[in-house]
Ligand binder design. Structure first.
Ligand code: UDX
Length: 464
């Protein structure tokens, strides 16, 4: 099948490459000439394990091509995927759909008869209807279909998520589009017996937001339970296991941490709220999730201060892990950013290490010294804070880390280390959702409310 993919961002590039890996003839198109030139030479502009190799292999086989020329891409294509960005509109909370609409306008006159335009970008309910109108207004003759096919790719494991998904969701309004998309996915996924949910376009569009909002809520639930565990002396990891083994609940997405970040959950929860607001519907649980998560990310700095006798002025803090999660260089909405900025406001000196995210982090954070070597990063530090659970960070030699530090204080916001082991080595440990050995007696009651006021200026965050 000849497929065109518009947009070589994260979603477009992974999807296009994986369609080619399934044996289709794929052409990816983007306006960014530098990116396309790079891709033609095998330079993959994003960090995603396994993607370089897959791009190289499929390009060499002639199944995957890159171009800046939309006419060339759309010519002869039976399916045209729109996979351009839908960033949040500044200050609005809803998704900016201008790139989607522009792609629809530009591809309309170039479409082959009976071609199927599939919106893969994450878009609010009703976007497919507008795309249909835009294309229809340009094309006076010739049939075409507009379908929805959201992606559920997690950064870091996107290729596996694409090739072996839990399910595929297809939103169609006509039989021809259903048949073609079933053929596209059904044959490839036969071996995995992957369920394909075929539904109306509007339902498909909403499924994506509903899934992400639910996962964000699940994480927020366990994060709040972690706070309770700390107070009552329970262990959140064991609590999550005890709950999650109930098949109705499931163990995944129950890892308590510093709050969710990334390119999807923060943006998609806000966009869902906006849609609900537009239609006069209240989705209070999502509203609370957003508020609780924002407050949590800021509150993590207080956890660090608490472990350092309530005062970080002039103290050196080694931050281990900066990206919003491991196996990505993505810093979007990463919990490390508010944490570091808050600690800096309170006078801390920040040294940081991340296996791949330091270049992106350097564009966002100022006054931070970056280190390729985690032990060098921790040299003479008063505390080490684990924010991202990279494998390489989990495998650090804690005894060696302790030796290089000025004070053996470990604030483990991902429960990356066995608390008992770290304590045996001599660390005072403050972890998530378990009792702590790194709390300064008596400082919490006096220092925290005062600090909370300074770091949580927004009215919504107060009391959260
Ligand atoms: C997410 C969705 O999982 C994916 O289906 C969608 O297409 C895009 O958004 P992604 O943002 O890549 O994927 O990362 P994900 O692994 O879902 O993690 C999101 C955030 O939640 C990260 O900050 C992560 O650290 C956090 N998280 C996740 C937790 O804190 N605890 C968990 O148990 C799981």
């Amino acid at each position: 099948m000849k497929i065109a993919v518009i947009g070589t961002g994260y979603v477009g590039l992974v999807s296009g490459t994986c369609f080619a890996a399934w044996g289709h003839e794929v052409i990816c198109v983007d306006k960014n000439a530098q990116k396309i030139d790079g891709l033609k030479r095998g330079v993959v502009p994003i960090y995603e394990p396994g993607l370089d190799e897959l791009v190289e292999r499929n390009s060499a086989a002639g199944r995957l091509r890159f171009t800046c020329n939309l006419t060339e891409a759309v010519k002869g294509a039976l399916v045209v995927f729109i996979a351009v960005g839908t960033p949040p509109r500044a200050g609005q909370g809803d998704a900016d759909l201008s790139f989607v609409y522009m792609a629809a306008r530009e591809l309309a006159p170039l479409l082959e008869d009976d071609a199927i335009v599939v919106v893969k970008s994450t878009v609010p309910v009703g976007t497919g209807d507008i795309v249909q109108k835009i294309i229809g207004s340009v094309r006076k003759t010739g049939a075409f279909s507009v379908a929805s096919n959201p992606e559920f790719l997690r950064e870091g494991v996107a290729i596996r998520d694409f090739l072996e998904p839990d399910r595929v969701v297809i939103g169609v309004e006509d039989e021809r589009a259903r048949k073609v998309l079933m053929e596209l996915y059904g044959v490839a996924l036969q071996a995995h017996k992957t369920p394909i949910v075929v539904t109306q376009r509007r339902t498909s569009e909403l499924i994506k937001y509903a899934a992400n909002a639910f996962l964000a809520t699940k994480i927020t639930f366990i994060n709040e339970l972690a706070d309770l565990c700390e107070q009552v002396g329970s262990n959140v990891s064991e609590l999550a296991l005890g709950m999650g083994l109930d098949k109705r609940i499931g163990t995944s997405f129950l890892n308590a941490g510093p709050g969710y970040g990334g390119s999807c959950f923060p943006k998609d929860t806000m966009a869902l709220l906006r849609t609900a607001q537009d239609y006069g519907v209240s989705v209070r649980i999502v509203e609370e999730t957003v508020t609780a998560n924002e407050a949590r990310k800021r509150r993590m700095a207080l956890k660090v201060m608490d472990a350092l006798e309530g005062d970080v002025e002039g103290r050196t803090i080694a931050v281990l892990g900066l990206t919003f999660k491991p196996d990505t260089d993505d810093m979007r909405d990463a919990p490390s950013v508010p944490l570091i900025e808050t600690l800096q406001r309170f006078g801390a000196i920040i040294r940081a290490h991340d296996p791949v995210g330091m270049e992106n982090a350097g564009r966002i954070l100022s006054g931070v010294e970056f280190f390729d070597d985690p032990y060098e990063c921790a040299h003479n530090a008063d505390a080490a804070v684990v924010i991202t659970e990279w494998d390489s960070i989990r495998k650090l030699d804690l005894a060696r880390l302790k030796k290089t530090m000025r004070q053996a204080v470990l604030i483990d916001l991902r429960n990356a280390f066995e608390q008992g082991v770290a304590e045996e080595i001599g660390f005072r440990v403050s972890a998530i959702g378990r009792s702590t050995t790194a709390r300064y007696d008596g400082s919490s009651s006096t220092a925290l409310p005062h600090m909370a006021e300074r770091v949580q200026p927004g009215p919504r965050a107060q009391g959260a």
